[in-house]
Design a protein around this ligand. Structure first.
Ligand code: KIV
Ligand code: NA
Length: 269
């Protein structure tokens, strides 16, 4: 199976509609990518790895080098999905040139097909700059976690008319700038539906609406790795319990010397 391409994803939305919603999950490691790849259209190496893998308090301290290490692992672990790597906070906002330098480094070092960056109208020039120079871009509007200090938290966006209108303008600006898809996070459902209908490129929702052109979620959240998850997460597994049960049994068997057993030890012939 040949790897899906960015144009193939973009063309899933024709005349304002997708036939089959786009399936996107985050992945940070090679093994995780191997397990998720055949089920997805896009694997996102999200800067959420800051919290999920590194225990950081937000995505802000995540670096380009961290994104490169995990991006390369996910590309090595997948052969079907389009791999998109998040541009971390501080690596793209200052200018289109800075963004190109960091995005091209990420593309070269990982083999990923595209990058994602946060921000609407203010980033439109940068998105066009990258796309025109060979770097496909996914936009990200609505609740943008890198702006948590400006937004004041991770609550849903678009609760007043002005903010709802701004989200629409931001999404449209990125669409016109040439983003091949846009992640729309944490917005009231009517806004998600309106944006999905208004944009020519696919709108991929997270905490948005089932009527979006696709969905994305943090894999560890849907796998049940955490006690506390955002309201928009549905748990499809209970990895936390499976892991602690396995560790509990291992610890018990080490302590009572029943591990390693005959199957796990080497004897002289
Ligand atoms: O970093 C991330 O995982 C993301 C998705 C949740 C969209 O940006
Ligand atoms: Na992100």
């Amino acid at each position: 199976m040949r790897r899906l391409t960015v144009p193939a994803i973009r063309q899933r939305k024709m005349n304002g509609k997708v036939e089959e919603p786009i399936v996107m999950l985050t992945a940070y490691t090679a093994r995780q990518a191997q397990l998720l790849d055949s089920h997805c259209d896009i694997l996102l190496v999200g800067d959420s790895l800051g919290q999920v893998i590194y225990g950081l308090p937000s995505t802000l301290p995540v670096t380009v080098d961290m994104m490169i290490a995990h991006g390369a692992a996910v590309v090595r672990g997948s052969y079907h999905s389009v791999v998109v790597v998040d541009m971390p906070f501080g690596s793209y906002e200052a200018s289109p040139q800075r963004a190109f330098e960091n995005a091209s480094r990420i593309m070269e070092a990982t083999g990923a097909a595209a990058v994602k960056l946060e921000g609407g109208e203010v980033m439109a020039e940068t998105v066009a700059f990258l796309v025109q120079r060979g770097i496909p871009v996914v936009g990200h509007v609505g609740l943008t976690p890198q702006a948590v200090n400006v937004l004041g938290g991770y609550g849903a966006r678009g609760r007043d008319e002005a903010e709802a209108e701004k989200i629409m303008q931001d999404a449209q600006a990125l669409d016109e700038a040439g983003a091949f898809a846009i992640v729309l996070e944490g917005v009231l459902e009517p806004i998600a539906i309106a944006v999905t209908q208004a944009l020519s490129c696919p709108v991929i929702g997270i905490g948005a609406s089932a009527q979006c052109d696709g969905q994305v979620i943090v894999a560890e959240d849907m796998l049940g790795m955490f006690e506390r998850v955002p309201r928009f997460v549905k748990r499809y597994g209970n990895m936390a319990e499976a892991i602690s049960q396995a560790a509990e049994q291992y610890a018990r068997e080490v302590r009572d010397r029943s591990f390693p057993g005959p199957d796990q030890t080497y004897q002289p012939k």
